[in-house]
Design a protein around this ligand. Structure first.
Ligand code: HEC
Ligand code: HEC
Ligand code: HEC
Ligand code: HEC
Ligand code: HEC
Length: 223
């Protein structure tokens, strides 16, 4: 019988298939490495902001407390943002009022907040409560890094589900006494701290004989 493909064509086909498979593997592996490295989470990348606000100047240099501008952290799920009036309260007097503050005046005139971009926003299906973490002795820097040293605010941790679960499986080692939650010079003692008496960790959820901690239950973080 006459050969349909010459041995050379056959070899070329094999080589082609091998190269194709190699390419698929390479794309997959680099995609995996990219996600792992945090590039996919925009870790370390500042967002475009209407005013070049600096935490290093205000929370670092001037030493303003985080709660001065993010008043919700101890009371509500949302940390909250400072009003334009909060900024002008100082900038009307202590500093020259320049063009870079125009968005503050526009916000006051519109009666709307300054449209800051977020570097921490979670997808809509996931939720986070600031008051729960503050009361449980989890410091801002655990999730946001050393914000008071940032000239431009960036995401310091990837804030992925794995990041959350890493702690939710056993938070005790990373909790501070509630009184030290806002301290910037806190040194970990290595001692596990007393937990909130009616906190989620105190509860255990029985389901078909399997104990599931409420802290790792899907509905704790997903709606
Ligand atoms: C003088 C007011 C002020 C103080 C004090 C302040 N912040 Fe902010 N913060 C802002 C403003 C304005 C923004 C929005 C602009 C930006 O992201 O840089 C912001 C944004 C943030 C964000 C990003 C939020 C997001 O949606 O991604 C985090 C995290 C944050 N602040 C944490 C802190 C922490 C922690 C402290 C204390 C160490 C602090 N801030 C102190 C005004 C303040
Ligand atoms: C407690 C007073 C105070 C408050 C409140 C305050 N600032 Fe400032 N801000 C200052 C001072 C003082 C400086 C000058 C710091 C310097 O030059 O060292 C400054 C500097 C700045 C600068 C120039 C920073 C730079 O990178 O050179 C910007 C922009 C600014 N502030 C925006 C804001 C915004 C936006 C808010 C509200 C979220 C705000 N400030 C709230 C006191 C304040
Ligand atoms: C357990 C992790 C965690 C801790 C602890 C934490 N945050 Fe956040 N923070 C987040 C996440 C995640 C978001 C985004 C929330 C969302 O998209 O619903 C966020 C959002 C914010 C925002 C944006 C708020 C807004 O209204 O847009 C600010 C400001 C902020 N955090 C400041 C703080 C400060 C100040 C502290 C300490 C008192 C703190 N955070 C502690 C994880 C944390
Ligand atoms: C360093 C530890 C730590 C990290 C990181 C952490 N958490 Fe938590 N989380 C806790 C502790 C501790 C509690 C409070 C448990 C209790 O009430 O006893 C809690 C409680 C919660 C609650 C329950 C709030 C309520 O209704 O009482 C939610 C929702 C939550 N965390 C979401 C998240 C999400 C989303 C992330 C990741 C972006 C995250 N957490 C990261 C330690 C952590
Ligand atoms: C401690 C909080 C927490 C718990 C508990 C949790 N998740 Fe998540 N999950 C998150 C956060 C935060 C994200 C969003 C991460 C992102 O994409 O920014 C997420 C993302 C997801 C996604 C989307 C993944 C993607 O690639 O976009 C799925 C699906 C999911 N979770 C399923 C689950 C299931 C199923 C459970 C229960 C077994 C669970 N989660 C428990 C915090 C949690």
């Amino acid at each position: 019988m006459a050969q349909l493909f010459s041995p050379r064509a056959d070899r070329r086909l094999r080589l082609g298939l091998l190269a194709g498979a190699g390419l698929v593997l390479l794309v997959g592996a680099s995609g995996f490495a990219w996600v792992r490295a945090g590039a996919a989470w925009a870790v370390g990348e500042p967002a475009a902001q209407p005013i070049p606000f600096s935490h290093a100047v205000h929370a670092g240099g001037l030493g303003l407390d985080c709660r001065f501008c993010h008043a919700g952290v101890e009371r509500t799920a949302d940390a909250g943002m400072p009003s334009a009036e909060t900024c002008l309260g100082c900038h009307e007097r202590v500093w020259n009022v320049t063009a870079q503050f125009a968005p503050l005046r526009a916000a006051i005139a519109r009666g709307a907040p300054v449209g800051w971009s977020s570097v921490s926003r979670l997808p809509d299906h996931a939720r986070l409560s600031h008051v729960a973490h503050t009361q449980a002795g989890v410091a801002c820097s655990t999730c946001h890094g050393a914000v008071e040293e940032m000239p431009r605010t960036v995401r310091a941790e990837n804030l992925s589900m794995g990041f959350c679960l890493d702690c939710h499986r056993d938070p005790s080692a990373r909790q501070r006494p509630a009184s030290a939650v806002m301290a910037r010079d806190y040194l970990p003692t290595g001692e596990p701290h007393a937990l909130r008496p009616h906190g989620l960790q105190a509860l255990r959820y029985e389901h078909y004989g399997v104990e599931v901690s409420p802290l790792t239950r899907c509905s704790t973080c997903h709606r």
